[in-house]
Design a binder for this molecule. Structure first.
Ligand code: FES
Length: 106
């Protein structure tokens, strides 16, 4: 299992675990992280699974695909840390990964 820490300004950290190969979006849904809506179910067509990945972790992730980059333009308040959580599969190297949740997805 890989530990993931979901953070949101003004809220307590939520520390959960997920299986290797599972996406951050799937881990969020399985653990009632309500800020992740994931309307399209991971089909890369909604941007409601938007999260921010701190720079110290961002370097450990695979690069964004052109499709992810394009869909992120639909997210609310994207910045250089922005990722779509359905596009980030867990692996052992990501144990302890910090995910910053956006204030809103809509
Ligand atoms: Fe829709 Fe990630 S769940 S783009």
């Amino acid at each position: 299992m890989v530990k993931v820490i979901f953070r949101k300004e003004g809220a307590e950290d939520r520390i959960v675990e997920g299986d290797t190969g599972t996406s951050i979006m799937e881990v969020a849904l399985a653990n009632d992280i309500g800020e992740i809506l994931a309307d399209c179910g991971g089909a890369l067509s909604c941007a409601t699974c938007h999260v921010y990945v701190p720079a110290e972790w961002g370097g450990k992730l695979d690069h964004k695909s052109a499709e992810e980059e394009a869909m992120l333009e639909m997210a609310i308040d994207p910045d250089e840390r922005s990722r779509l959580s359905c596009q980030i599969p867990l692996n052992a190297e990501l144990d302890g990964l910090e995910i910053i949740l956006p204030q809103s997805q809509l």
